[in-house]
Design a protein around this ligand. Structure first.
Ligand SMILES: Nc1ncnc2c1ncn2[C@@H]1O[C@H](COP(=O)(O)OP(=O)(O)OP(=O)(O)O)[C@@H](O)[C@H]1O
Length: 700
């Protein structure tokens, strides 16, 4: 019952339509349109209203409308360049038509007294309304051309493909729309009273003029809701197919319990929280299944993700496999390396550090150890996956900070780790919470665990915002805090500036603070320092030899100095919510009461104000993620790579997220009961530009 198996015109290549030659078919392919049916699902971006005449006196800027009037004056003026201005009036107001390119014939035809109908976007220039290069037509009284009956859609297009041609082809395809199969389950259609599919498509391609006043673009019209559901469903099915595919390959079966973790627990100064234990068990179960684990662990800042990663690594090692742990920055990789050494070396295990900064000679020993299987776990940045690094028996890849790595990189890593017929398990850890519904869709190919509890004894961080003109007061307070034994981070931020400038700013701040606070020991850390220097400074701060650490955002992720209790962030108004939350998360990691000062330059923009207020009100990363989603939209929250993979035509993950849980359920039912419909739905919706079906992408 797949659509492509049916010999109807709908499922034939577009060349089956009248007037479509190979060249046109090629252009259509760039839009993801291969078959006639794909034209039906090529949905409008917006609509123009050419169904009625608007009185000029009622016009507002940015409207795209049709007006009619009489030409009062046509003149050629030369300002920065030569242009033709034609002033028209309809008795309710005046409008200027502006042409930068014109012919003499055009100038003469636009003569005083002629009646004109034009369509274009209304703009404001010098306090007057105008249209630039409108479409126009001179009309003789009594011979008015008819208006359109329906709104005029504007489609996504490509070079050389005119809207008019697309419109014509889609109209031809619409003649076949009743042949389209209904792929949504009937009970679902009844439950939500979804209108029939053919009606939905007809209405979206040719909306009646009444809908102009109730814009179709808010996505709430029942026909849109129905198609949005279907699109989200197709997407979900694609993701589930990808999962299915992943489960077809084999991975090492790793038995629990593991003696190493039991030994570690005995040595730990604390007991795991129940959330840590739950997530450790979920991972342990996955590792024993014999198919590759693909699990995303989300935990708020400071929730103790490292212990969870250690437990997973120890299970792999106890079963005779090696582990690779990849961090996004050298600083974080070094910190993980130190932590893992402290925890694993007493168990007799060998931890290897691979850095892009090592010389060939320094690295040779490490690489040899991995190849011989002497090294049990390798920690590093993406340098870990260079060709020269090979493992004897890699069984588990741990990726820290998911948002820095795209979906494709994740798949690539998996390929690199492949040994014989076996794929390694993958564990992805992120401290940047993503709202659950979004995660289900964007990372649907991953299972999902949340560490939703902080270790006991933490006191919430007190956060305040402070105008930069209060800086002097803040410096005096910082001095007092240092005298009381507190340790302070002072973060200098410069967004969109080069790293050199960032480091310069941090250096300047450090110099100033050293002058103003002569009795405080001040360190400076930034990305341009030599790695060994960075390591030395972090170690000094950790050992409480430095009271104040001036830093760039290099300390954003992962840095763990439990004794530090004050965080000052300069130019906080320029940073995003999740970045601020991450930075703030560097304090409040011990039992001491912690505070965070968001220093801003007035005046504050509206969104910046909302961001700073949100941070002052809550320390819950999941709540902050939701606010971030509202302020920035899902594209930004997920990062560009992920949105690129999620090309939705009609649905919006933010606006339509209420559908997602139901979509997941229905997807499961369809896969179980009507698998042929699952395939037909993905074929219908997941065509990618260039004709490359998203199904293939999901299956890769
Ligand atoms: N169950 C626990 N009880 C007490 N302390 C814990 C517990 N688990 C972890 N910790 C400690 O809490 C601190 C934070 O842990 P960790 O660095 O693993 O957090 P994280 O989740 O990686 O945070 P971030 O993403 O902010 O780096 C560490 O000092 C760690 O030793």
């Amino acid at each position: 019952m797949t659509e492509s198996a049916t010999p109807k015109l709908l499922y034939q290549p577009v060349t089956a339509l009248k007037g479509v030659n190979e060249a046109t078919a090629e252009k259509l392919l760039r839009l993801g349109i291969l078959r006639v049916v794909d034209l039906l699902f090529h949905l409008p971006l917006r609509y123009q209203d050419r169904t009625r005449i608007y009185p000029i006196g009622s016009l507002r800027t940015e409207q795209e409308v049709t007006v009619e009037g009489e030409i009062e004056l046509t003149e050629v003026v030369i300002r920065a360049r030569k242009m033709l201005l034609c002033h028209i009036s309809d008795g309710t107001g005046w409008l200027t038509l502006r042409f930068f390119h014109f012919t003499n014939g055009q100038k003469h035809s636009l003569s005083k007294g002629a009646a004109i109908r034009c369509f274009g976007e209304v703009r404001q220039a010098g306090g007057k309304l105008e249209m630039v290069h409108p479409e126009y037509r001179l009309v003789n009284a009594g011979e008015l051309p008819p208006l359109e009956n329906t709104l005029t859609p504007t489609y996504p297009s490509t070079e050389g493909m005119q809207q008019r041609s697309l419109n014509r082809l889609i109209k031809l395809a619409l003649e076949q729309v009743d042949q389209l199969e209904e792929l949504l389950p009937q009970p679902l259609i009844r439950e939500y009273q979804f209108p029939p599919l053919a009606d939905c498509l007809r209405l979206l391609h040719q909306p009646p003029s009444e809908l102009a006043s109730r814009p179709l673009l808010d996505g709430r019209h029942p026909v849109q809701q129905r198609l949005i559901f279907e699109e989200l469903l197709a997407h979900q099915l694609g993701v589930q197919q990808a999962r299915h595919q992943i489960n077809q390959v084999q991975a090492p079966r790793m038995q629990a319990p593991n003696q190493f973790f039991q030994q570690l627990l005995k040595r730990l100064p604390f007991a795991p929280t129940s959330a840590q234990t739950r997530v450790i068990n979920e991972i342990s179960h996955d590792l024993g299944l014999g198919s590759p684990m693909n699990r995303l662990v989300q935990g708020d800042v400071g929730s103790g993700k490292t212990l969870v990663a250690v437990a997973a690594a120890l299970q792999a090692i106890a079963n005779g496999y090696q582990v690779a742990l990849m961090a996004p920055t050298e600083l974080l990789a070094e910190q993980h390396y130190r932590n893992f050494c402290t925890w694993l070396e007493p168990l007799g295990l060998d931890v290897v550090y691979i850095s892009g900064n090592q010389t060939v000679k320094q690295r040779r020993r490490q690489v040899e150890n991995l190849l011989l299987g002497i090294g049990h776990i390798a920690i590093g940045t993406h340098a870990l996956f260079q060709r020269t690094v090979e493992f004897l028996q890699l069984g588990l890849i741990i990726i820290d900070e998911q948002h820095r790595f795209g979906v494709h990189q994740r798949l690539e890593l998996r390929e690199k780790g492949k040994q014989g017929d076996y794929y390694p398990h993958q564990l992805v850890m992120t401290a940047t919470p993503i709202p659950r519904t979004l995660a289900m869709t964007a990372y649907g190919d991953l299972d999902y665990s949340i560490i939703d509890e902080l270790p006991p004894g933490r006191t919430p961080i007190k956060t305040v915002q402070l105008n930069n003109d209060q800086r002097e007061r803040l410096i005096r307070r910082t001095e007092k805090a240092c005298q009381r034994g507190c340790q302070v981070y002072w973060v200098c931020t410069l967004i969109d500036e080069s790293e050199v400038l960032q480091c310069q700013a941090a250096e300047d701040t450090a110099t100033l603070l050293r002058e103003q606070l002569p009795d405080v020991t001040i360190g400076l850390i930034h990305g341009r320092l030599h790695p060994s220097e960075k390591e030395r400074i972090m170690a000094a701060f950790k050992a409480n030899e430095l009271q104040l650490l001036v830093a760039t955002t290099v300390i954003e992720v992962g840095v763990d100095v439990p004794n530090a209790s004050i965080m000052i962030i300069e130019n906080a108004e320029r940073l995003g919510l999740s970045q601020l939350h991450q930075l703030r998360g560097r304090v409040g990691r011990g039992s001491a009461e912690s505070s965070c000062v968001l220093l801003y330059q007035a005046p504050l923009g509206k969104t910046a104000q909302k961001r700073l207020e949100a941070l002052c009100q809550t320390t819950d990363g999941f709540e902050i993620a939701n606010i971030d989603l509202e302020l920035r939209g899902p594209g930004e929250v997920l990062g560009t790579k992920q949105t690129g993979d999620l090309r939705l035509r009609l649905a919006s993950l933010l606006r339509d997220q209420h559908w997602l849980p139901r979509v997941q359920e229905v997807a499961k039912q369809i896969v179980a009961n009507e698998p042929e419909k699952a395939l037909a739905l993905t074929q219908r919706w997941l065509q990618r530009p260039g004709g490359d079906s998203a199904i293939r992408f999901f299956q890769s």
